[in-house]
Design a protein around this ligand. Sequence first.
Ligand SMILES: [Zn+2]
Ligand SMILES: [Zn+2]
Length: 443
Amino acid sequence: MKRLVSMLLTIAMLFTLAGCELSEDIITTSTEASTTETAIPPQNNDTTEQTAPPSKSEESAGGTETNTESTVPPSPTEDQEQADSPSPTEDQEQADSPSPEIPEHSSFEVHYIDVGQADAALVLCDGQAMLIDGGNAEDSDLIYSYLQKLSLDHLEYIVCSHAHEDHVGGLAGALNYATVSIAYCPVTSYDSRAFNSFTAYLEKQGISITVPTAGDSFSLGSATVHVLGPISTDESEPNNTSIVLRIVYGETSFLFTGDAEREEEQEILDAGYPLESTVLKVGHHGNANSTTDPFLREIMPQYAVISVGAGNPYGHPAEETLSRLRDADVKVYRTDMQGDVICTSDGKNVSFSVERNEEADTLSSIGPNSAQQDNLPPVTESPEGSDQPPTGTDYVLNTNTHKFHYPSCSSVDQMSEKNKQYFTGTRDEIIAMGYDPCKRCKP
Ligand SMILES: [Zn+2]
Ligand SMILES: [Zn+2]
């Protein structure tokens, strides 16, 4: 009898164990269980508390003629999506098969406005607008005129990524010209003139700050904006309180990280949010402690924009950051060299236009110089209308990023024809030209 009881107990225990494993599998389904498991439960808790801001947006949009209501996907589903895809591969797939179809006559643009050593980006989708940061206080006039030029007298959202002046300063100018429905900021007060001016202008419009929570999402026209950070907020380090947004429009996506540094990047990685983005607004003006390798590996951007002032005293963008972008084969635009940078998406592809200096060597602090190249073997031009490298090609060079690859490397397919050069010769010759081997195919 005793034996029977203990046998039954053992069987019961085995069942329980099997049950546990099963449910864990359902939650995480990946080998990275340990990192994602811990992050997901708080995320779910957050989302339940968090339905307030989106519903507020519906309210406010109700008065104006917008399609917010029809396009707002119920946030639980959105959050579900984010929580359900913890592994990088799954994220990738998710990003490649976008949720909402883009309606006819839809449009999407991001204006990375040149505000010197500061940040300001205007996102426009289907007649709705979101301003993310406004530059320094002295840029207030510039932001005012920028909105005026576009006759944008209403912003659906205004986002102060964090309380530093180079982000919040010029938002007063925006609020002086345009009304706003929702104002997002990681804090509701901060002891500075620039911040107080921002809140004073908000108060004039009867708007109070909404502190967004990671996991939240909302719509801007037919685009969906996911809030990925901040996850924890230590207000003693404002940069790491930065609101991090990933905007998904069709198959294209745009990441804005404010001045987030290594610590916040790591928290976002640990939370397991999809990060893959077509265009990255480089964190903290290219500071070496942002855009870390693990973060960049998950984002896998094709393009990056650095908002930075020429000759700034911080040495931004840092050579380390440029080198990481170079290694990742990212095409970089810079406001210090090129002025305003405008990116347009049709939902599948993005295109860029810049105010000046289109051909600027944006990654070149140590690029090859032309004198050296003159003494070296000639480089074969790519044959027109052909994707195949000419016979005898040993390596493929990216003249923009100064990386070289084996012709079979997957990066070669993604390289724009303009930057592609086929090379016949030795590895040493290419290195002497100032090129670095690709980290992927390791030629
Ligand atoms: Zn900044
Ligand atoms: Zn900052």
